[in-house]
Write a protein that binds this ligand. Structure first.
Ligand code: NAD
Ligand code: TYD
Length: 337
């Protein structure tokens, strides 16, 4: 199997590439990534020399770059992780890059798949496209899309473009919508790695609003296994929710992290809330469990401990990411090519 992965130098994409290379001896992966602030080739340093893996720097919203990637095919599948992925950036730093990558980039991939063929597209989407829940209920795949922040709106737009390409042009595509991920190599702007990093360094832990917002957490490796199943066995045109049933209010999660790191709750700081902050996410992943027999392999507390240990033993990675030092890695490894 030959796969084009886009956005593979980010958090989930790099975990997915590692998962596929270690699970399937025959797989070949081309990774097309623009290396934005969130893309870090250090995440893939251990597979860099694997002859089954190849990195290509490029923008999914550039026809030329996407053509270059397709000329390294043919592919059996394209897995699209490439995105601007942080809600707070979409709220405070402008929406242009979100529209560029998440919407225009997805359409350019769809056009290339139509023109050149490329097997199945797996569009990696998010539970945020459904909006927010009250105290009860869970998101199911047939709920209307009701995104509440610019990031979520651009991901919902991409889902609709994929849906339209399936219906209008008979493209083979599947969409997954996953809940909040955590695990190794997550950029420390997201809740769990930020809190771990700050706790390790005795810095304040900023909790938005009253901290009673609920997220449904999944360990990244469980997400990767679900993606692999959907890629191989999912129904053409179908949407699959992915979630492990770990609903936790933010403040409770932050307290657990402090306990595990061995730091006092006095580090917690309640700060001004995120505008339009979604109150609760919870996934109904029944379709994935029934049709593809997926179940999560990790218990939440074990996975949280593993993640804390990983950040504790990868201080250099953390320093590089925060100082921008990781950009030099690209120059060192790819600069002369
Ligand atoms: P990330 O921000 O860690 O990584 C994004 C990657 O995309 C980076 O390597 C970046 O360099 C690359 N990229 C950005 N713009 C690009 C462009 N124009 N062309 C090529 N590459 C580009 O994100 P992540 O957390 O790994 O998320 C990956 C995907 O999964 C995203 O589509 C996101 O919406 C989705 N998702 C994430 C979560 C989560 O909890 N992190 C949950 C559900 C779904
Ligand atoms: P985040 O990791 O940004 O993911 P998302 O917004 O996609 O769910 O945030 C997870 C939750 O944590 C969300 O309710 C916002 C909250 N949060 C904080 O309270 N403080 C922080 O510093 C961050 C980054 C997030």
């Amino acid at each position: 199997m030959r796969i084009l992965v886009t956005g593979g130098a980010g958090f989930i994409g790099s975990n997915f590439i590692r998962y596929m290379l270690s699970t399937y001896p025959e797989v070949q992966v081309v990774n097309l990534d623009l290396l934005t602030y969130a893309g870090n080739l250090e995440n893939l340093a251990d597979v860099q020399a694997d002859s089954r893996y190849r990195f290509l720097r490029g923008d999914i919203a550039s026809e030329r770059d996407v053509d270059r990637a397709f000329s390294l095919g043919p592919y059996d599948a394209v897995v699209n992780f490439a995105a601007e992925s942080h809600v707070d950036r979409s709220l405070h730093l402008g929406v242009d890059r979100f529209i560029h990558t998440n919407i225009a980039g997805t359409q350019i991939l769809l056009d290339a798949l139509r023109r050149r063929g490329g097997g199945r597209l797996l569009q990696v989407s998010t539970d945020e496209v459904y909006g927010s829940l009250g105290e009860r209920g869970r998101f199911s795949e047939d709920m209307p899309l009701a995104p509440n922040n610019p990031y979520a709106a651009t991901k919902a737009a991409a889902d609709l473009l994929v849906r339209a390409a399936v219906h209008s042009h008979g493209l083979d595509a599947v969409i997954t919508r996953c809940s909040n991920n955590f695990g190794p190599y997550q950029f420390p702007e997201k809740l769990i790695p930020l809190m771990i990093a700050n706790a390790l360094e005795d810095r304040p832990l900023p909790v938005y609003g009253d901290g009673r917002h609920v997220r449904d957490w999944i360990y990244v490796e469980d997400h990767c296994r679900a993606l692999d199943l959907v890629l191989r066995r999912g129904r053409r045109g179908a949407v699959y929710n992915i979630g492990a049933g770990n609903e936790i209010p933010n403040i409770e999660l932050v307290r657990r992290i402090l306990r595990l790191v061995g730091k006092p709750e006095s580090l917690i700081r309640f700060v001004k809330d995120r505008p339009g902050h979604d109150r609760r996410y919870a996934m109904d992943a029944g379709r994935l469990r029934r049709e593809l027999q997926w179940t999560p392999s990790y218990q939440f507390d074990d996975a949280l401990r593993l993640t804390i240990d990983w950040y504790g033993t990868h201080r250099e990675w953390l320093d590089h990411v925060r100082s921008g030092e990781y950009r030099r890695y690209f120059e060192k490894v790819y600069g002369g090519r």
